[in-house]
Design a protein around this ligand. Structure first.
Ligand SMILES: [Zn+2]
Length: 193
């Protein structure tokens, strides 16, 4: 049991009701996460673990916090974000199909449990900020570095020629209507039939 995540449970094993808490800093031996953001090898992971003796095994629960680093999926700048996860898993005394984790040599190895929780918490497409504008498709520059960029309005020249006439059509439709509330006409105007 050389894993830095391995905890001795000899004093708890087969003693229902016994409980112990640990706080430890672990140097992550292998990167957690394979995507653009991960808790890197060598990073420090703070672990608060509660160990409880139960009839069928040792319940390992707790909280892990670390810093994940990677790059923004839109603009590729380096980013880091905090990882905070909770976990709880029973480590059984006897190897059986009912459980996924087991007490080995009076130890529980929390590593796979913590790893799963951390990896699941990582975003698939991390961003430096929620509204990151990404990269300029032409120049490859990071748009956020260029200040507030107002998107260029692309006007179809055919419509641009008409823009000066806006409103004219609406007025034309009103020609011949001498009343601004035609629907109140008791005779109706044919449109309601
Ligand atoms: Zn970004």
């Amino acid at each position: 049991m050389n894993s830095p995540f391995a905890l001795r449970v000899r004093d708890l094993a087969h003693r229902p009701g016994e409980m112990r808490e640990h706080s430890l800093d672990v140097e992550v031996p292998d990167a957690m996460g394979a995507g653009v953001i991960a808790v890197r090898e060598g990073a420090t992971l703070q672990l608060d673990v509660k160990l409880e003796g139960l009839h069928e095994g040792v319940l390992v629960s707790g909280h892990a916090s670390a810093e994940a680093t990677g790059e923004c999926s839109r603009c590729l700048i380096d980013i880091s974000e905090p990882v905070e996860v909770d976990f709880a898993e029973l480590f059984a005394y006897d190897v059986s199909e009912d459980f996924d984790f087991f007490v080995h040599d009076d130890h529980v190895d929390c590593e796979p449990v913590v790893r799963d929780a951390v990896v699941l918490s990582l975003p698939f497409q991390p961003v430096c900020r929620p509204d990151c504008p990404g990269l300029d498709p032409v120049t490859g520059e990071r748009l956020a570095d260029l200040g507030e960029v107002t998107p260029r309005e692309v006007l179809d020249p055919r419509w641009a020629a008409l823009s000066g006439f806006q409103g004219v059509g609406t007025d034309a439709e009103r020609v011949g209507t001498d009343d601004s509330t035609p629907h109140q006409s008791p005779e109706g105007d044919g449109r309601t039939a």
